[in-house]
Design a protein around this ligand. Structure first.
Ligand SMILES: *Cc1c(COP(=O)(O)O)cnc(C)c1O
Length: 347
């Protein structure tokens, strides 16, 4: 099977496992686990923030950030297809008691005018605009990377209106590689940032949330409240430390090259097949979106046909198929997948 479904299928390699088993453990809830402390300090440094905390998931990281930045009944402005709205079980509403106000941002980040148009004025009838959330890379739009200019223009607006920004940077590593900048450059446009260790970087569990010292001490309380105060996390955090070693970015670069190879291969192989659209401009990181016409059935049916021939992908919408590259796929498998997919469309 060639698995192009997700980048959460990555497994810890031998180096990571060795570091995990050598980790000195302690009770993290009391700040006594050296590996967790090391990971949190390293993450803060890499993300250019005063402090960071380790959490069991990105979903908990985003929810924790949202809880710290807001009060119940407030309103959060975010891009309409943001992961926080579409894929985090409604936690911002159910747990944090917030209203979500969505704006469209096909480039991943909404234009400042669009955001400004929905910022609430002071009026007893209105919820207060409490937070703007951004996302990089943008998941639903195929891992596209919002430009630094777009992020900066939202930062300028947020400063002018006194509204904090949280960045869902689950794949900030991919964004940094794509833009050839350090992750802290991207995180610098936000007050807080969540980043995943368990996707392309290959750690088995966890995410980090970084921000100012006072923000993080509040976040520590909410992490505990949400059940994220784990004890001997050292085994997991040692994997996180290994995931953040500079050499690991090479894997992210390889993933991007493989996605590009897949996209170009498919464009070439499927050139004579009608009703198929692949936009190379979307292929900026480790995702490839393939849009297939009705004549092939819905995306789920097409994905099932791929799977019967040994290529796994995800149905990401009625006519959209998503391929994601990560360390579980090698370059030779990309070439083989292209051929298999070509055969399926010729059936
Ligand atoms: C995966 C992901 C998350 C959530 O991370 P989990 O660890 O799966 O909870 C949040 N935002 C984006 C953009 C993601 O891709």
């Amino acid at each position: 099977m060639i698995d192009l479904r997700r980048d959460t299928t990555t497994l810890p390699d031998d180096r990571m496992r060795a570091r995990a088993f050598q980790a000195v453990l302690g009770d993290s809830v009391y700040g006594e686990d050296p590996a967790q402390t090391e990971l949190e300090e390293l993450a803060a440094q890499i993300l250019g923030k005063e402090a960071a905390i380790y959490l069991p998931s990105g979903t908990m990281g985003n929810l924790t950030a949202v809880l710290v930045h807001t009060r119940r009944g407030g309103e959060v402005i975010l891009e309409e297809n943001a992961h926080i709205r579409t894929s985090e079980t409604g936690g911002a509403a159910a747990v944090a008691g917030l209203m979500l106000r969505t704006v469209h941002g096909p480039g991943g980040v909404p234009a400042p005018e669009e955001i400004e148009a929905v910022i609430r004025s002071e009026n007893i009838h209105y919820p207060r605009t409490s937070l703007v959330c951004l996302e990089s890379t943008h998941y639903r739009y195929g891992g596209i990377v919002p430009s630094l200019e777009a992020m900066e223009s939202v930062r300028i607006l947020a400063d002018r209106r006194g509204i904090p920004i949280h960045l869902d940077g689950a794949r900030i590593w991919n964004a940094a590689v794509a833009l050839s900048v350090a992750p802290e450059k991207i995180a610098g446009y936000a007050d807080s940032v969540m980043a995943s260790l368990s996707k392309g970087l290959g750690a088995p569990v966890g995410s980090v949330l970084a921000g100012r010292e006072d923000f993080i001490s509040e976040a520590r309380r909410y992490r505990k409240m949400l059940g994220g105060g784990m004890r001997q996390t050292g085994w997991l955090c040692a994997c996180g430390v290994e995931a953040l070693q500079p050499g690991r970015m090479e894997q992210i670069r390889r993933d991007h090259r493989n996605a590009r190879l897949l996209a170009e291969g498919l464009l070439h192989r499927l050139a004579q097949i009608p009703d198929i659209v692949l936009d190379l401009k979307q292929v900026q990181t480790n995702f490839v979106l393939l849009h297939v016409g009705d004549r092939y059935g819905n995306a789920r049916e097409v994905v099932d046909r791929f799977a019967r021939r040994g290529v796994l992908a995800t149905a990401a919408g009625a006519g959209t198929i998503r391929f994601v590259t990560c360390s579980v796929v090698e370059e030779e498998e990309i070439t083989a997948a292209v051929e298999t997919i070509g055969e399926v469309f010729e059936e």
